[in-house]
Design a protein around this ligand. Structure first.
Ligand code: CMP
Length: 138
């Protein structure tokens, strides 16, 4: 059983897409093991995306991620890291496959509705960034 971190970004929350996103997880045998809504501060968003700090889009990404509340979830299931990435679609919604969250809902390479961890190591770091052991229900 694997775990991954999923975020519904400020654009997804503002546009009322929380239910649509969760529906896609639950209907694909992915279980929600933890969930909360948070509004990131600048330093919290900078910390989460620290790996991108040299990228030209970093400042804009931090501004976007602090522009409103987000929903963070721990997803659990077999092969859930890869499964979640398939359900999300490519980062750039223009390259995302038909029927993926980003293809259906994203409006911009930055405002792409969801984030998902890309590997086991990053999933562990990202889950621990938002949740402690007692908040994750197996
Ligand atoms: P995410 O999967 O959360 O990882 C980094 C985020 O940076 C990405 O989704 C987008 O929201 C944002 N971003 C903005 N521009 C780019 C870009 N050119 N390439 C990758 N990510 C970008």
């Amino acid at each position: 059983m694997e775990r991954t971190l999923s975020i519904i970004k400020p654009d997804g929350v503002k546009r009322g897409l929380i239910g649509d996103v969760i529906k896609r997880f639950e209907s694909n045998t992915i279980r929600i093991a933890a969930m909360k809504m948070v509004h990131l501060t600048q330093s919290q968003a900078e910390g989460f995306y620290a790996v991108h700090k040299e990228r030209p889009f970093f400042n804009s990404l931090v501004a976007f991620m602090t522009s409103g509340p987000i929903v963070v979830m721990v997803l659990e299931g077999e092969d859930v890291i890869a499964k979640n990435r398939t359900i999300m679609g490519a980062t750039n919604y223009k390259e995302a496959a038909e029927g993926t969250i980003r293809r259906d809902f994203a409006t911009d390479i930055e405002k792409n509705v969801v984030h998902g961890s890309d590997a086991i190591e990053t999933a562990n770091v990202e889950i621990n960034y938002f949740f402690n052991t007692f908040e994750i229900i197996s």
